[in-house]
Write a new protein. Structure first.
Lengths: 222, 114
């Protein structure tokens, strides 16, 4: 899923400083699963913003709405009767949400309430870790199901480097050296030889280096 | 026992402190409460195993939100006591009342009154 963190409240308050009423739109997709931008978090943000405004002696009317996804025009269309009635709209979806909303409703202002961080999963309740860098050409099968692009600090394809110590990466004691894990798993499974095979350099054309990406599925295009 | 506790405290009963949500605490502050506290069971004694531990985490989250907004986090608190500790309940009620009185009215109310 796409993982995000809520922006500091002060930053959000600054964005909406000139507004008397705002609509907060949540998303039932990834940000609901990582407890950042679902219906519940929309309620919490609404209450926090109202408390902040009352403290200043000003009022703030807050509309709350959570849609199925903010990355599909069909769901974005469902809020067409609401967005115009507010001074501004706060989106609690990943970075895709406010952009789809801005595109659909050019007359309205849309503010992002979250910082989109990475593609990852929950390693335990409340803790998410990065697992994919979206490089556009998956190679995890060469590394026994572990991605060195996303999980090695240097994205090395021929690690480990000298910064690996005791199974941890030199950047932090909390970050596993993925190359340590890859080599260990290869050894345990008797497949260490796999790492000796010579492969051509990875093409980064499909990653961000090739510019903004687009995926076209002919069978679905209408 | 017939112990009396400060009359400014409004008790809201819930089946378990784990039922108390972040939003319940925030709404209380938003609607003008000067302070809110949860009186949960002793840690390790929860009938539902972790209800009171969850409540404590939620209280800590709300404290963080209030700090971010420049409101004293001490206005929200978590206490643990057993159902048989009537005198402790009174003690907590008095302690919290004194703390809030020392802090004064919630800044949410101050501006409203002005």
């Amino acid at each position: 899923m796409i993982v995000a963190d809520r922006k500091p409240l002060t930053e959000i308050l600054e964005m909406i400083d000139d507004c008397d009423n705002v609509l907060i739109i949540g998303c039932k997709g990834c940000v609901t699963v990582c407890n950042v931008g679902g219906a519940k978090e929309v309620g919490i943000l609404a209450s926090a913003l109202k408390i902040a405004r009352k403290k200043e002696g000003r009022t703030l009317e807050v509309g709350e709405r959570t849609i199925e996804r903010q990355c599909d025009p069909e769901y974005i269309e469902l809020v067409k009767n609401e967005v115009g009635s507010y001074d501004a709209v706060i989106s609690m979806a990943c970075g895709v949400g406010p952009q789809f909303l801005s595109n659909a409703y050019p007359d309205q202002r849309f503010f992002p309430a979250v910082n989109t961080t990475f593609f990852g999963g929950a390693v335990q309740h409340g803790i998410w870790e990065e697992r994919c860098a979206g490089c556009g050409q998956c190679i995890i099968h060469y590394f026994d199901g572990m991605c060195p692009i996303a999980r090695c600090s240097k994205s090395l394809l021929n690690g480990p480097c000298g910064g690996s110590a005791g199974g941890k990466c030199e950047i932090s004691k909390e970050v596993d050296c993925i190359w340590d894990l890859i080599v260990r798993k290869k050894m345990e499974n008797g497949r260490l030889e796999d790492l000796l095979s010579v492969r051509p350099p990875k093409s980064w054309d499909t990653a961000r280096d090739g510019g903004p990406r687009r995926s076209v599925r002919e069978e679905l295009v209408q | 026992m017939r112990l009396s506790y400060p009359s400014n405290i409004k008790v809201i009963q819930v089946p378990c402190s784990g039922r108390v949500d972040i939003l319940h605490l925030l709404k209380a502050i938003e609607d003008g409460a000067d302070g809110v506290y949860i009186a949960g069971c002793l840690e390790g004694e929860c009938h539902f195993l972790t209800g009171n531990l969850k409540a404590r985490r939620r209280v800590n989250y709300v404290k963080k939100v209030l700090s971010e907004l420049g409101i004293e986090p001490e206005r929200v608190e978590m206490y643990n006591l057993s159902a048989g500790e009537g005198p402790r309940f009174v003690e907590i009620a008095k302690e919290m009342t004194e703390r809030i009185q020392a802090l004064g009215p919630s800044p949410v109310n101050l501006k409203r009154a002005a």
